[in-house]
Structures are given as structure tokens and as C-alpha cells.
Design a protein around this ligand. Structure first.
Ligand SMILES: Cc1cc2nc3c(=O)[nH]c(=O)nc-3n(C[C@H](O)[C@H](O)[C@H](O)COP(=O)(O)O)c2cc1C
Length: 218
């Protein structure tokens, strides 16, 4: 698939087919993602790729913790976020809600428990960074994530980045035997999308570049 077409087609999927992804395909995607730029080429990403059986075990633990603590999807902000950004999140939730209701559930249950079940994906990638890196190096993980989701799209797969898991980092590190000195930045559900699932019809909106670009000297 042409790169620009891939960029324009990529979107998050929230329902996956019960069909495994070859390890060799996942290896190719990892190699593509590693082409991402990083500060002085340190490539600070560390990835744990977990298969569906392992993920099911992990999900059970995460859902138990969710029932106890109810930590849900949100911006994770410590200060008030300007209204225009909150409005974009509200519109995304509003767009997803009727499709989720078509699936017989409600938005909050679907997104929170769905995220912790990785939306049934056959594989999940957990991306860590060593604690010795400063917060600026999260930029490198973001660029790795961008390459990763585009490569997956190019391979005919779908993804959903899942940030909610960072609130359950201790359980995940414990289950995957990850050292204390690593921080979980993001997980990514990956697999073949279930095209018939109503939620996968959802298309998120984008602000026009006029809203976020200021041209100087043009
Ligand atoms: C850092 C990050 C964290 C995310 N966390 C979640 C999550 O926990 N659950 C979820 O359903 N989607 C999650 N998403 C997916 C976003 O909701 C999605 O990318 C956004 O709504 C834009 O839609 P699109 O990816 O289809 O273009 C996350 C995306 C990113 C980049």
C-alpha cells in the first residue's frame, strides 16, 4: 500500500477477528517501527509482545483490579485542559456511543473493560522505556508508535493504542516479569479487524490545520 494512502486509512479498531497473526509478520512490523527517528539514535523502546492466551490471563487480573479501583480512560491530566481539546474528546465519545449501543452495551463499559481486554486482539505489544531516560524521550516512543501503527496498517492489520494499561502498570510488570526500573508507556492491540463490528465503522474527526498551525513568514 502506498505510504500516504496508509497514513490516511489508518484508524483504531476496537473489535478483532479470532485469527492469530504470524510471528514473522509481527517481527517485520517491529523492524519497520524501529526505523522511527530517536534522539541520537538511542532507540529507547523496549517491547514485550504477548499472545492472546497470555493476554487473556493478564486481562483477568486487570479486570479484577478495575472492579476494585475503577481507574478509567481519561486524559490523565493534573491541570484543567482547555475546552477545545475536551470538546474533541466529547465528540469522539458521542460518535462512538450509538455504534457501541448497537453492540448492546454502553460507552464507558465498552471502552474501559474493552481496553483492558485489548478488544479481543490476538496479540498485544507493551512498550516500555528505561527509567534512566528523561520525559523528553517519550517523544521517541511516540514516533515508534506512529511507525508501528502505520506498518501494521500496511500489512493489512489493525491496531488500537491502549493507554489505560499504564494505570495498571504494576500488575502488568508483575505478570510479564518486567524489572522495576522500566516504565510502561503504551500498549497496542494488534490483529485483523472485525469489519462487521459496528464500532469499527467509527471514524474519528480531525481539526483542520488552520486550528493548530500558525504560519510565520509565508
Ligand atoms: C497514547 C494513546 C492512548 C490511547 N489509549 C486508548 C485506550 O486506552 N483505549 C482506547 O479505546 N483507545 C485508546 N487510544 C486510541 C484513541 O482513542 C484514538 O487514537 C483516537 O480516538 C483517534 O482515533 P483513530 O486512532 O481511529 O484515528 C489511544 C491512543 C493513543 C495515541
Amino acid at each position: 500500500m502506498d505510504l500516504l494512502q496508509t497514513i490516511r486509512q489508518r484508524r483504531s479498531a476496537r473489535s478483532f477477528l479470532n485469527k492469530s497473526v504470524d510471528r514473522s509478520t509481527l517481527e517485520n512490523i517491529m523492524a519497520d517501527a524501529a526505523n522511527a527517528p530517536s534522539a541520537i539514535n538511542m532507540q529507547p523502546w523496549e517491547v514485550h509482545v504477548v499472545s492472546s492466551e497470555e493476554t487473556t490471563r493478564l486481562s483477568r487480573k486487570l479486570l479484577k483490579r478495575f472492579k476494585e479501583h475503577q481507574i478509567t480512560c481519561g486524559p490523565g491530566a493534573t491541570q484543567k485542559i482547555p475546552d477545545k481539546f475536551i470538546e474533541r474528546a466529547r465528540r469522539a465519545a458521542e460518535g462512538m456511543t450509538p455504534l457501541i449501543e448497537e453492540m448492546g452495551t454502553d460507552f464507558k463499559t465498552f471502552v474501559n473493560t474493552g481496553s483492558l481486554k485489548f478488544y479481543g486482539a490476538p496479540a498485544v505489544l507493551f512498550v516500555f522505556i528505561d527509567d534512566s531516560f528523561p520525559p523528553q524521550r517519550l517523544t521517541d516512543i511516540g514516533s515508534f508508535l506512529g511507525y508501528l501503527v502505520l506498518s501494521a496498517t500496511g500489512h493489512g492489520l489493525a491496531t488500537c493504542p491502549i493507554g489505560l494499561v499504564t494505570s495498571y502498570e504494576d500488575e502488568i510488570k508483575d505478570a510479564l516479569n518486567v524489572p522495576e526500573t522500566k516504565t510502561l508507556v503504551i500498549s497496542v492491540a494488534i490483529g485483523y479487524p472485525e469489519d462487521e463490528a459496528p464500532i469499527n465503522r467509527f471514524r474519528s474527526e480531525r481539526a483542520s490545520s488552520e486550528e493548530f498551525v500558525r504560519w510565520i513568514g509565508f
